[in-house]
Write a protein of this length. Structure first.
Length: 367
């Protein structure tokens, strides 16, 4: 990954800062994910990273037809793109229940799934389904150790047994996101991911013995899905791998993916002889997680000093006498976290063959 891989011949025409996607890299990342899964039908990817119809259509052309969503807007987008299966991987409460059911009613060609992790959530969704006369598939959301949402592993079976008789909610399996698994070493990552995954297999067996089948188990995120690829009869749910970013490139060096997005930015000032300021504040690149918010490809040894809403101040590498890049120079940054970065832009430019060839609207940017 070098700066010249992301440079474009017509950069002078691009107003900055601007997020740019590189479809050739994204296609190759998708191909690698399919190879790692062993079967394209096992992939159930998250669309929160990109929120774009063109990305969904690209993946559908490559054989992926199941999609996972964090918002109702993403769910509607997946259905409008013809997804055969769409999972709302976020607990439904309040008006979002009616919005979810509205999308399901309007798009009968897509099979929709909700996740549930509480008696109250189940009751609210069940009552809304009964009022509309719509039956919905549901998955038990399992806490794999992240402690964000989900039922504790030792409570999943009892929760599902207690709700087996619902006329409106059809149990289909378990949603098992282990987003806390991110060890740098692959062997350590596998060892950390294995116990909870084994427990889920035990839950499935126990439910089956009671006559409750769980045909769908969705496991993993971007760092952990390769750890589960050897599991039989499970779906794999990466999200960021298709676009990739600087954060995961650092965190998981064993994974073969390449960043497929970069921000074009420009030098706007020289506040000191060894400093330069970019027009790339945290309104144009994600401010999470803590630490470096991106890799400055053109000057990877430069030191990030501070960032504000519309400015990012850098210092030239220590011990180098070279002048900072000239005011007006176009530089390139690989975001540390591409998912929230993409959501900051109404559209991304598309680069193919060293040229900007179009734009993709971030269609599900609004919730």
């Amino acid at each position: 990954m070098q700066a010249h891989d992301y440079r474009l011949q017509n950069e002078a025409d691009i107003a900055s800062p601007q997020l740019i996607y590189y479809p050739a890299i994204i296609r190759e990342n998708t191909r690698k994910a399919i190879d790692m899964a062993g079967d394209v039908g096992r992939l159930w990817p998250h669309i929160k990273t990109h929120k774009m119809a063109e990305m969904i259509n690209m993946q559908r052309e490559m054989g992926i037809d199941r999609f996972k969503c964090a918002t109702v807007a993403e769910l509607a987008l997946a259905a409008c793109c013809g997804a055969s299966h769409a999972l709302m991987a976020y607990p439904l409460v309040g008006p979002n229940i009616e919005k979810f059911l509205g999308v399901a009613a309007a798009c009968p060609a897509t099979r929709f799934y909700a996740i549930v992790d509480s008696p109250a959530g189940f009751s609210m969704l069940e009552a809304a389904c009964a009022a509309r006369g719509i039956a919905v598939d549901w998955l038990a959301d399992v806490d794999m150790g992240m402690h964000r949402t989900g039922l504790p592993l030792d409570e999943v079976a009892a929760f599902c047994r207690a709700r087996r008789g619902s006329a409106w909610l059809r149990f289909q399996g378990m949603h098992c996101y282990d987003g806390h698994i991110g060890q740098r070493d692959l062997a350590e990552r596998r060892a950390a991911a294995a116990p909870a995954a084994q427990a889920v297999r035990g839950i499935r067996a126990a439910l089956s013995a009671d006559g409750i089948e769980a045909p769908i188990i969705i496991l993993g995120g971007s760092p952990s899905f390769p750890c589960h690829a050897g599991e039989e009869d499970v779906y794999l749910s990466p999200g960021t791998v298709f676009v990739w970013d600087w954060g995961y490139l650092n965190k998981c060096p064993d994974l073969p993916f390449v960043p497929g997005a970069a921000i074009l930015t420009r030098v706007i000032s020289h506040p000191a002889p060894d400093r330069f300021t970019l027009d790339l504040g945290y309104k144009a690149i994600s401010a999470d997680p803590k630490g470096a918010r991106g890799l400055l490809l053109d000057l990877p040894e430069a030191e990030s000093l501070f960032q504000s809403e519309e400015h990012w101040v850098w210092k030239m590498p220590q011990g180098q006498d070279a002048a900072p890049p000239a005011v007006g120079s176009a530089l390139h940054v690989i975001p540390t976290h591409i998912c929230p970065t993409t959501a900051l832009y109404p559209y991304v430019l598309i680069a193919e063959g060293g040229q900007v060839t179009g734009r993709w609207v971030v269609a599900a940017r609004d919730r």
